[in-house]
Design a binder for this molecule. Structure first.
Ligand SMILES: Cc1cc2nc3c(=O)[nH]c(=O)nc-3n(C[C@H](O)[C@H](O)[C@H](O)COP(=O)(O)OP(=O)(O)OC[C@H]3O[C@@H](n4cnc5c(N)ncnc54)[C@H](O)[C@@H]3O)c2cc1C
Length: 442
């Protein structure tokens, strides 16, 4: 049964921010929160917002770092109590509601059918926000963006209609839903996702180096990652004063996984590795445990990211001077780049770099934000743009879509949601993001 919570109600604070992952909570005040439990609640919620002159904001998994769901004077429709998954063996399509957690819920459910969907790396991320912004799931390098596996969505439009959108029906909504992220102008009630066979062999290589080997290791990795089999996810992580280069192979057989990971043994600094684990059998469960440990709940997070076009002294500086013990920064290979299908998601480069500052003292909010903005700004000469998933446009905005795609998104939005019922991007000044790299404009 749904519930409408208003400011002043005893459970207001819980309804407003209780399901926000980041302990650095915003002070923004919605007009009300609708705790939805079924599809009809979502249709009714959109009608209720329109009738009251409120905007609509949405919360699925609550993992947006910048708490995009919490918007002033909006009706926040919280989908936490609406969790459903059904699998159709005839089509191998799984249908899920947006608050389902990609790792903790969808993965085991599909595994029981021998199937797999590449959700986010942290098992508690909701599929809703993840898929709408593109979705950098397992093996994005070889398999592409998770949003590319959306066969259809069910969506409540700004005029309150519940419609199906796919390549052949309401294709403008379908195009926008694959990449618009928090700028999407509809309420997705269900995703219909293509699945793949559950990987039969999972193996992992982990080489941990001292940080003073950064330039040698990363010059080698940056020069060769595009040659590694697409079956390997390649990530370099700086954390706790070391640099870990990891390769995760998802293959049909263990010998194939061992062979796919072999190129990672060619690092010229391999003799300096503090830890050297080569092509060891692994599992999604052990990965999930490590992700949860690296992203603990109850902490404050400040994040930013850049699509890199190469290395630079500023990259070295970022990776080797992290300001808090739990903070980490990742270098995530997408090379060689695959051509994207026609969808709103349209900004990427061969290397994704994201920085996560993790801490617990509110007094550190401003100094850490200033530290991160300085370090990320110094990456500009090797920056192509930003990924929505680890961005906060109230702090820093770069290009996150191609120009043509951004124009098309505006055009569809002005037709589908002419009165801007849906809250849209959170930019700090209430405007739309500029979608530019400021240093590139005359
Ligand atoms: C610990 C952690 C690990 C992460 N790992 C990854 C990763 O591996 N790969 C990756 O790509 N991202 C990752 N992210 C980023 C994450 O995918 C995004 O923050 C995403 O927006 C979270 O989705 P959500 O539904 O949980 O968040 P929410 O905060 O609930 O939703 C974010 C926004 O998406 C929109 N939205 C959500 N659901 C709907 C809907 N049903 N209809 C319309 N609009 C909707 C709304 O604007 C909403 O405010 C991670 C985040 C965290 C905190």
């Amino acid at each position: 049964m749904n519930k409408l919570v208003r400011p002043g109600d005893p459970d207001w604070e819980q309804a407003r921010v209780g399901r926000v992952f980041n302990a650095r909570r915003p002070s923004r005040e919605p007009a009300a929160v609708l705790l939805a439990t079924c599809e009809q609640d979502l249709v009714d919620g959109v009608d209720l917002a329109r009738a009251n002159g409120w905007k609509v904001s949405v919360r699925s998994g609550g993992h947006s770092w910048a708490a995009w769901s919490v918007r002033d004077d909006a009706l926040l429709i919280d989908l936490g109590g609406f969790r459903e998954m059904t699998y159709d063996p005839a089509t191998t399509i799984v249908s899920v509601t947006p608050s389902v957690k990609g790792g903790q819920e969808l993965r085991p459910f599909l595994a029981s059918h021998g199937r797999f969907f590449a959700g986010g790396h942290c098992p508690t991320v909701g599929v809703g926000g993840f898929l709408l912004q593109g979705g950098q799931g397992y093996h994005a390098r070889g398999w592409g963006w998770a949003a590319e596996q959306i066969a259809a969505i069910d969506v409540v439009t700004a005029d309150g209609e519940l419609v199906r959108a796919s390549e052949t029906e309401n294709s403008d909504l379908f195009w926008a839903a694959r990449g618009a992220g928090p700028g999407f102008f509809g309420l997705v009630t269900r995703f219909h996702l293509r699945t793949r066979p559950f990987p039969a062999a999972i193996a992992e290589t982990v080489h941990v180096y001292p940080l003073d080997a950064f330039d040698e290791v990363m010059t080698w990795l940056d020069g060769m990652h595009h040659t590694v089999s697409p079956d390997v996810e390649i990530v370099a992580v700086s954390a706790e004063g070391t640099l870990a280069v990891t390769g995760l192979a998802l293959c049909d057989t263990m010998p194939a996984a061992v062979e796919a990971l072999a190129p990672l043994e060619t690092c010229p600094a391999i003799g300096r590795a503090l830890v050297r684990r080569t092509a060891e059998p692994s599992s999604f469960e052990s990965h999930a445990e490590r992700q949860l440990a690296a992203n603990p709940e109850g902490y404050r997070y400040i994040v930013d990211n850049a699509w890199l076009t190469g290395l630079s002294p500023a990259v070295t500086e970022l990776f080797t001077t992290l300001p808090t013990a739990r903070s980490f920064v990742i270098w995530f290979s997408m090379a060689p780049l695959r051509e994207l299908p026609d969808m709103a998601f349209s900004m990427q480069s061969e290397v994704y770099c994201a920085t996560y500052l993790v801490y617990d003292d509110p007094a550190d909010d401003e100094p850490l934000r200033a530290w991160l903005t300085d370090r990320m700004t110094a990456l500009q000469p090797v920056t192509a743009g930003q990924y929505l998933g680890d961005s906060d446009f109230t702090a820093r905005q770069l290009r996150f879509m191609g120009d043509a795609q951004y124009r098309r998104l505006h055009e569809i939005r002005s037709r589908r949601d002419p009165e801007s019922l849906f809250a849209g991007y959170l930019t700090g000044d209430g405007g739309q993001p500029a979608n530019i790299n400021p240093w590139e404009t005359p």
